[in-house]
Design a protein around this ligand. Structure first.
Ligand SMILES: [Zn+2]
Length: 356
């Protein structure tokens, strides 16, 4: 952060936001501006509620049928989604676009953005569904846990906060970029649905965003998207948009489809979705969740091997004292491998092709 920016006083804040739309910038630079909730109107058509630094809600006065949560920066160094959401929020605030649906935009881990790291103390996307409260006796509540709790409360208040007590159809796109490249550049994790069927219409929206690879989650998790899916029946997804790059180094044309589709959804325009066809997708289900149990856990493949690289049955994926982890099927692929996680956390997910 540069120091030559003029500071903004809390009385100037509304005019400043309507003129420059730099909510994220001010949230990072002067979070205290948003220590109390702020409400204001945009041109008599949209009510803006700033819930806290990095958390902003837009409510059109006209009738709406969708409640859409867009979250980004749950991992602080995943810049492309942060830039996408920053642009959308700016365009709404300066009235370049007008939303026709209720929208909550969340910039998750501001402190981690400032140090260009995934997190400060721990991975926030393992802290939802109340996991943030689960602390050992000698631990204190760190900022990531505090923030995860605040994000849960903001999402709850948003979904349950329609003025007429109606229930909108609920969406949550938690936008990320992956640490490593991927054979399928954009992919989405579809949270575990318990008894409910996978929704093909939702996959068509992802396809319109340029996401054709879907990973069906097989069990409850502590991710943000599972929180919204499980607690609020939201159509929620963790969407991976490509590889992590520093701020300003993303080629925004790589994200044109996702930006266009989200903008259309927010602005109430038709998405003109085509009918579902299995052949348009690569769909995987989880086969193994390999947790690191020992400090000497090592991957048996190159550090930069892309996500969704596949293995033959019996090939060794990772080794640690007391265990050798192997592919159980031909074509079993690896996702999110990370030998550097804490002991007890997931070091590799393996997936196999499936259909829905
Ligand atoms: Zn991430």
């Amino acid at each position: 952060m540069t120091q030559n920016q003029s500071t903004v006083s809390s009385c100037d804040i509304v005019q400043r936001l309507k003129k420059k739309g730099d909510f994220l910038h001010l949230s990072r630079q002067q979070p205290r501006l948003f220590s109390k909730p702020t409400d204001f109107m945009l041109s008599q058509h949209t009510n803006v509620k700033i819930i806290a630094e990095g958390i902003i809600c837009f409510e059109p006065l006209s009738l709406t049928d969708k409640d859409i949560v867009l979250s980004c920066g749950i991992h602080g160094n995943e810049t492309a989604p942060i830039e996408i959401c920053d642009d959308l929020v700016r365009d709404i605030l300066i009235s370049k676009i007008v939303v026709k649906q209720r929208v909550l935009v969340i910039f998750g881990n501001l402190a981690a953005m400032d140090i260009a790291q995934r997190f400060v103390t721990e991975n926030m996307n393992r802290l939802f569904s109340g996991e943030h409260k689960n602390i050992e006796k000698d631990q204190t509540i760190n900022n990531e846990r505090r923030r995860a709790n605040q994000l849960e409360q903001s999402v709850r208040a948003f979904y349950l906060g329609r003025v007429d007590d109606s229930v909108g159809s609920r969406y949550h796109y938690d936008l990320h970029t992956a640490i490593r490249p991927s054979k399928n550049q954009k992919f989405a994790v579809y949270p575990f649905q318990h008894e409910k069927p996978w929704d093909k219409q939702q996959l068509q929206i992802l396809l319109a965003c340029g996401v054709n690879t879907i990973l069906l989650s097989g069990s409850p998790t502590t991710t943000f998207s599972y929180f919204s899916a499980n607690n609020f029946n939201a159509h929620a997804f963790t969407v991976e948009l490509g590889k992590v790059k520093p701020f300003g180094e993303n080629n925004m044309s790589d994200f044109k489809e996702v930006i266009d589709t989200l903008t259309k959804m927010l602005c109430g325009q038709s998405l003109e979705l085509k009918a579902f066809e299995q052949a348009d997708f690569l769909i995987y289900k989880v086969n193994q969740v390999i947790n690191k149990q020992q400090a000497d856990f090592v991957l048996n493949f190159a550090d930069d091997m892309p996500n969704f690289s596949d293995f033959a049955k019996g090939e060794v994926l990772a080794v640690e004292t007391g265990a050798i982890y192997k592919a159980e099927h031909d074509g079993e692929a690896i996702v999110f491998p990370n030998a550097g996680v804490e002991i007890g956390q997931r070091a590799i997910l393996t997936v196999i092709p499936t259909t829905i």
